[in-house]
Design a protein. Structure first.
Lengths: 233, 229
C-alpha cells in the first residue's frame, strides 16, 4: 500500500496515484493493484488513507439525487415540462412534483424560457432525471441575473459548510441561489448584481488556489467601499 | 545522414501546445508542430443528433477532421473529401479506447480538428491536440493519447517527417498510443519498407510518442500554473 501523489496535487489522466488495496471514488480507475487518474483534477485521500479520489477541475454536470439546480424550461409537453439543466441530459418536471392543484394548461405555470430553481428528485442509470419544485425555496426565478460557472467549481463557490457563499451574502445583502449544475441566480441592487457576477467568475477562475475565501472577502470589501463613494456623488 | 532541416534521425520538430484556447467549446487545444498549426475542439457530452446513433450503454465519439482552404500550397477545395473522412474515422478509433465512454450513456462527444496550416504529420498533431481538448472538456480518460510518425527517407528510418521528407521519402508510418499500457491505438503506413525497417520505425515512433506525452502533461499542468499553490 503506497500513495504516490501528495494531497491536493494536480494530476492528469493516466497518472499513477497509488498501489495496493484502496477504496476509490470519482476520477479514478483501478487496473490490477494500481490506481490511475482519469481526469485533470486535484488528488484527495481521506484521513485514514484508505480512500483515493480525484476531484475534477473541468467537466459537465451530471444530475445527482438531492442536488439543487437552476434550469430553463426547454419545452412544455401536454403532461410535463422538459428542463435544460446545463448538463448532457435533459431533465423532466411532472405536474405532481410542481403543483398542488390540477392545471389544464401547464404553460400558465412555467412557460418556455422561464428559469426555475429545482431539486433533483430521482435519477436513473442513464441519467434521466426528474425534478421537484413543490416547496420553498424551489420554484420560478423572477428577475435577477444568471451567471454560468463550471459545475466542478460549485463546491468552491459554496465553500466549507457554506462559508464562502454565506460570506458573499453577508457582505452584499443580495439573494443568491447556487445550482449544483453551475448556474447561479443573483438578485439585488443592479450594481451589486454586477459586482457579484465578477466575484463569482473570479472564484470560477481561481478555484484551485488556496486561501480564496479571504482573498474574495477583501476584494468584496474594497469594491463595496468604491460603490459607496460613487453612490454618494 | 543530413536531414533537410538539420535534425538528428530521432529528433522531433519543435512542438508547442496550449490548452483551453477557445471560449465557446467545452474543451479546446492548439498545437504547433513544426509548421503544422492545428486547433482541436470538443463539445459534449450532449444530446445525440441524429437520434438513431444513440447507444444506451455508452457515449458516441464522433471526430471530424478538416483542412482549411489556405492550409496547403494549392488552395484546397473546402468541404469533406475521401482523405479527411478517413482521418476523422481513424482519429475516433485512436481516441475511443482511452475515453471512458460508458460513463455517459445516451450522449455524444464531438471532436473537431481544424488544420490551419499543414506540413506533414497533421493527423498526429490532430490526435495530440484532440486528446488535450478532451481532457480540457473534463471527459474521463484512461490515459493521454500522443501520436507521432516515423518514416523512411533516402533509405534510412527517421522520426517525424517534415513536408520535404514526406514528398521525397519512401514511407510514412504514423502511430498513436497510450504510453501507460503501451497499447497502440493507431497504426497506418504508406510507402514501402522491409519487415525490419517497419519494426524499427514502430519502435522509433513510439519513442517519439513518449516525448510528445511528456509535453502533453506539461501543457495541461501549465494551464493551472503548476497546480497547488
Amino acid at each position: 500500500m503506497e500513495l504516490l501523489v501528495n494531497e491536493r496535487e494536480l494530476v492528469v489522466p493516466g497518472t499513477l496515484l497509488a498501489t495496493g488495496a484502496y477504496k476509490y471514488g470519482g476520477g479514478v480507475v483501478k487496473e490490477g493493484e494500481s490506481y490511475y487518474s482519469t481526469v485533470l483534477g486535484l488528488f484527495y485521500f481521506d484521513e485514514a488513507k484508505t480512500l483515493v479520489r480525484v476531484v475534477p477541475l473541468e467537466g459537465k454536470y451530471l444530475p445527482k439525487e438531492g442536488d439543487s439546480v437552476v434550469g430553463r424550461i426547454y419545452k412544455v409537453l401536454p403532461g410535463k415540462w422538459l428542463v435544460d439543466i446545463n448538463s448532457a441530459y435533459i431533465a423532466s418536471l411532472e405536474p405532481k412534483n410542481a403543483l398542488h392543484d390540477r392545471v389544464e394548461d401547464l404553460s400558465r405555470i412555467y412557460d418556455e424560457g422561464d428559469m426555475i430553481f429545482a431539486k433533483v428528485d430521482s435519477v436513473n442509470e442513464i441519467y434521466d432525471a426528474t425534478l421537484f419544485t413543490k416547496s420553498m425555496p424551489y420554484g420560478k426565478l423572477r428577475g435577477g441575473t444568471i451567471v454560468e460557472i463550471r459545475s466542478t467549481r460549485v463546491p468552491r463557490l459554496i465553500g466549507k459548510k457554506g462559508s464562502m457563499i454565506y460570506m458573499i451574502k453577508q457582505e452584499t445583502k443580495a439573494k443568491i441561489l447556487v445550482g449544483q449544475n453551475g448556474l447561479v441566480w443573483i438578485k439585488g441592487r443592479k450594481e451589486m448584481e454586477e459586482l457579484i457576477v465578477r466575484v463569482v467568475k473570479m472564484i470560477d477562475r481561481e478555484a484551485h488556489i488556496s486561501g480564496l475565501t479571504d482573498k474574495t472577502k477583501e476584494f468584496l470589501k474594497t469594491e463595496i467601499e468604491k460603490l459607496k463613494i460613487t453612490g454618494d456623488n | 545522414m543530413e536531414r533537410c532541416d538539420g535534425r538528428k534521425k530521432d529528433e522531433l520538430r519543435s512542438i508547442h501546445m496550449e490548452v483551453g484556447v477557445l471560449k465557446r467549446a467545452d474543451g479546446s487545444a492548439y498545437v504547433e508542430w513544426g509548421a503544422n498549426k492545428v486547433f482541436a475542439s470538443v463539445y459534449g457530452p450532449r444530446e445525440v443528433i441524429p437520434r438513431f446513433l444513440a447507444r444506451n450503454d455508452r457515449a458516441v465519439l464522433r471526430c471530424k477532421y478538416n483542412m482549411t482552404p489556405f492550409s496547403v500550397e494549392d488552395r484546397k477545395r473546402p468541404g469533406p473529401d475521401r482523405r479527411s473522412i478517413e482521418i476523422g474515422k481513424v482519429t475516433a478509433g485512436a481516441l475511443a479506447p482511452s475515453v471512458l465512454l460508458e460513463k455517459f450513456p445516451n450522449s455524444m462527444i464531438e471532436v473537431a480538428i481544424e488544420i490551419m496550416q499543414a506540413d506533414a504529420g497533421t493527423r498526429c498533431a490532430g490526435i495530440t491536440a484532440a486528446t488535450l481538448a478532451l481532457v480540457d472538456a473534463g471527459i474521463p480518460m484512461r490515459d493521454l493519447v500522443p501520436a507521432c510518425a516515423a518514416g523512411k527517407v533516402d533509405g534510412e528510418v527517421v522520426l517525424d517527417l517534415c513536408k520535404e521528407e514526406d514528398n521525397s521519402g519512401q514511407a510514412d508510418l504514423p502511430i498513436a498510443m497510450m504510453p501507460r499500457t503501451n497499447a497502440v491505438t493507431l497504426l497506418q503506413m504508406d510507402g514501402e519498407m522491409t519487415e525490419e525497417e517497419v519494426e524499427e520505425a514502430i519502435a522509433l515512433a513510439q519513442t517519439g510518442c513518449r516525448q510528445v506525452y511528456e509535453m502533453q502533461k506539461a501543457a495541461l499542468v501549465s494551464k493551472y500554473g503548476g497546480g497547488d499553490e
